[in-house]
Design a protein around this ligand. Structure first.
Ligand SMILES: Cc1ncc(COP(=O)(O)O)c(C=O)c1O
Length: 392
C-alpha cells in the first residue's frame, strides 16, 4: 500500500475557497503590496475587555483542566438561558452542548445524522463549509437556488420541490453568509411544519442571529412546537467577536445531544476550559457590547452598499444581517469576457482588493465583500473597486 493512500472521504472535500484566497492575499502582502481586505469572515472588533478578563482570571484560578465533554453545567445552562431570554426558546442544559466553534457543532451533527446516500437540502448561496461537511459523511447536497432579484427569498415551495425520500435534513442559514438575507419568520415556520410532517430535521445555522438588522430578530427556537425536529447551531464567534477562541454550541433534542457528546468524547473532548469561562461571562453579563457592534455594522453596511450601488454595472441588494455585501457584478464580468472567479482574482492581483467570488458559495455572478472593517478601509476599497472595474 502506498503511503499516500488517503481515504475516499478526504478525497471528497476541498480546502475552503476563502482559505485559498487568504493564502494568495498573504503572499501578496509579504511582497509589500498594500491590500484592502474585504475577504475576512470575522469581526474587526477586539474581544470585549470583560470577556478577555474572565479568561485571564480562569488561568490564574487554575481552571485549566479537562471539563465535562459537553462543557460545564453552568455554561450549558447559560447557553439555554441566554437563548430563552432573547428568543423565548425552551431548552434545558441537557439539550445544549458546547463545541470547538460553531463549525464543529455543524460537522459533528452531520457526522451523527448523515449516512451514505442521505440528502441535505441547502439553499444557495451557501456558506462554503456546508457542502464539504455533508459530502465528507457521504451525504448528498441538494441545492435550492435563491436569487438576488427577489432579495434571496427562501420559501417552503422551493424546499418542497427538492425533497426526496432520502432527505434527512433541511438546512437554513439565517442571516445568511454570503447574501446577508434573513429568512422571514413565516417562511421558517412553514419549513418547520413541512419537516415535522415528513419526520425530518430542520438545521438552522444561527451563527449571525445577533447580527440581524431588521429590528425583528427571530430564532426558530421560539417555535417550541417543532423542537423535536429542530437542530439549532450557534456560535460566540461573531456575536462577541471571539472567532479565535473557538466556542460554539448546538441546541437539539436530548437524543441528538447524547450522540454529539459521544462523538466529542472520542475527538476534541471539551472546548478549552478557560474559553468556557470567558464564554460564561459573555453570555451572562450585559449584552451592550453586542448592541454596540450591531449599531456599527449597520453604519458600515449602509456605507458599502451605497458605494457599491454607485459603481457602474454593479447591483447590490441591501443585506439584512451578517456583515457581507454580495453585489451582482455579472455585467462587469461579462463586459470583460471573464467569469466572476477570474474577476475576483484580477481584482486582488491588479486592483489590490480582497473579495471572495460567488462561485465559492454556489452562486456565480457575485463577489462577497466583508464590511467588518473600518469606514476608512471601506472608502479606500470602494475607490479601488470602482477604478479597477472602469479599466476592464
Ligand atoms: C454561516 C456560518 N456558520 C458557521 C460558521 C462557523 O463559525 P465558528 O466556527 O467560528 O463558530 C461560520 C463562520 O464563518 C459561518 O459563516
Amino acid at each position: 500500500m502506498s503511503l499516500n493512500a488517503f481515504t475516499a472521504r478526504i478525497g471528497r472535500i476541498e480546502i475552503s475557497a476563502t482559505m485559498a484566497i487568504n493564502n494568495e492575499a498573504t503572499t501578496l502582502r509579504a511582497q509589500g503590496v498594500d491590500l484592502v481586505d474585504f475577504g475576512a469572515g470575522e469581526p474587526h472588533f477586539a474581544t470585549p475587555e470583560h470577556i478577555k478578563q474572565a479568561a485571564v482570571d480562569a488561568i490564574h484560578a487554575n481552571f485549566t483542566k479537562y471539563t465535562a465533554v459537553a462543557g460545564t453545567k453552568d455554561l450549558r445552562e447559560a447557553v439555554a438561558a441566554r437563548h430563552k431570554a432573547d428568543f423565548n426558546s425552551n431548552y434545558s442544559f441537557e439539550e445544549a452542548i458546547l463545541t470547538v466553534g460553531g463549525k464543529s457543532a455543524l460537522f459533528n451533527t452531520f457526522q451523527v445524522l448523515i449516512d451514505h446516500g442521505d440528502e441535505v437540502i441547502i439553499p444557495a448561496p451557501y456558506w462554503v463549509s456546508f457542502k464539504d461537511q455533508v459530502e465528507y459523511c457521504g451525504g448528498k447536497c441538494r441545492f435550492v437556488a435563491t436569487s438576488a432579484t427577489d432579495g434571496f427569498r427562501l420559501t417552503v415551495a422551493m424546499i418542497e420541490k427538492a425533497l426526496t425520500s432520502k432527505t434527512k435534513i433541511i438546512l437554513v442559514n439565517s442571516p445568511n453568509n454570503p447574501s446577508g438575507a434573513v429568512v422571514a419568520p413565516e417562511d421558517l415556520a412553514a419549513i418547520c411544519k413541512l419537516a415535522a410532517a415528513r419526520g425530518i430535521y430542520v438545521l438552522i445555522d444561527e451563527c449571525y442571529v445577533y447580527l440581524d438588522y431588521t429590528g425583528r430578530p427571530f430564532s426558530l427556537g421560539s417555535l417550541t412546537e417543532y423542537k423535536d425536529n429542530l437542530l439549532l447551531m450557534g456560535s460566540l464567534s461573531k456575536t462577541y467577536s471571539m472567532t479565535g477562541w473557538r466556542l460554539g454550541f448546538a441546541l437539539a433534542p436530548k437524543s441528538v445531544v447524547g450522540q454529539l457528546q459521544k462523538l466529542q468524547s472520542q475527538s476534541t473532548s471539551n472546548p478549552t476550559s478557560i474559553v468556557q469561562k470567558a464564554g460564561l461571562v459573555a453570555l451572562t453579563s450585559s449584552q451592550q457590547c453586542v448592541a454596540d457592534m450591531r449599531a456599527e455594522y449597520i453604519e458600515l453596511r449602509n456605507r458599502i452598499v451605497e458605494g457599491l450601488r454607485a459603481i457602474p454595472n454593479v447591483k447590490c441588494t441591501m443585506p439584512e444581517g451578517a456583515f457581507y455585501a454580495f453585489p451582482d457584478v455579472s455585467a462587469v464580468a461579462a463586459k470583460a469576457g471573464i467569469d466572476t472567479a477570474e474577476l475576483t482574482t484580477r481584482l486582488l492581483r491588479e486592483g489590490h482588493v480582497v473579495g471572495v467570488p460567488g462561485e465559492a458559495f454556489g452562486l456565480p455572478g457575485h463577489i462577497r465583500f466583508s464590511y467588518a472593517t473600518s469606514a476608512k478601509e471601506i472608502d479606500r476599497g470602494l475607490e479601488r473597486v470602482k477604478s479597477f472595474f472602469a479599466k476592464l
